[in-house]
Design a binder for this molecule. Sequence first.
Ligand SMILES: Nc1ncnc2c1ncn2[C@@H]1O[C@H](COP(=O)(O)OP(=O)(O)OP(=O)(O)O)[C@@H](O)[C@H]1O
Ligand SMILES: [Mg+2]
Length: 291
Amino acid sequence: MTQDTMTSSEAEQTDDQQTRPTPGADGLVDRADDSESETAADRTLIEARDLDVYYGDDQALQGIDMEIPEKQVTALIGPSGCGKSTFLRSINRMNDLIDIARVDGDLYFRGKNVYDDDVDPVALRRKIGMVFQSPNPFPKSIYDNVAYGLKVQGKDDDVDEKVHTALERAALLDEVEDQLDSSGLDLSGGQQQRLCIARAIAPDPEVILMDEPASALDPVATSKIEDLIEDLAQEYTVVIVTHNMQQAARISDKTAVFLTGGELVEFDDTNKIFENPESDRVEDYITGKFG
Ligand SMILES: Nc1ncnc2c1ncn2[C@@H]1O[C@H](COP(=O)(O)OP(=O)(O)OP(=O)(O)O)[C@@H](O)[C@H]1O
Ligand SMILES: [Mg+2]
């Protein structure tokens, strides 16, 4: 059939199939080589289209459209209950684990809708790792914490090297090199959080989702995590929820402002959001008039 004999919806479908890459056995699209001329920052890695999330009858997110660039830090800010954690969890389908949660709309990772039937959510979470608000190391040695994800995946080759690399990338190796057999729970809070980051990056994901990763930490530990996040963005795409506006302004490239009701009110370059936002509601929120 030629283009001019197609109906417009057939043409749209074909266009869509042409622009969406072909997934592998786990339903996901692999990282391509970096030979393309555009830089990573120009590439959209994660794309939400008209995404709604409900808990039972309550709608927590309303029609979210967002394009998250590769190898950048994207911050999600907004008042408590506006749906930041819900959005983060919709990216790697952690909301699947909440019985009453339901997702409508599309969430693409490398052009593939992660809610399609052929996507394996476990494989997805391997590519999109997560770090939570309170450091939650397993009651195991430092080494076993970091090796955990590798072992679960049956990646038994070069475990020592991968554990060391992950600890180094998480800026923790120097502090724990001589005590890899001691319990992860004996570390300080800030070290525990870096251990959790090492655990998340050991299986070599592409994206790290962080839900208020520094909110339980003192200023020194917080500043180490902030430095680390900026370093991580050279290798990974980072999406971080924070209540700390200075933190969002300092470390992120893009900022998404959610407001009460689960609406994404503005999404733009971080400088633009903090210096000259389009929306008065965003201006009021970031200048502390409410929230
Ligand atoms: N497991 C759940 N079951 C039912 N409702 C939930 C659940 N998790 C979140 N909600 C509701 O969804 C809405 C958004 O919650 P969410 O946790 O995503 O907000 P948030 O922006 O992360 O808030 P905070 O800044 O306090 O962490 C809230 O109304 C919340 O009560
Ligand atoms: Mg939250």
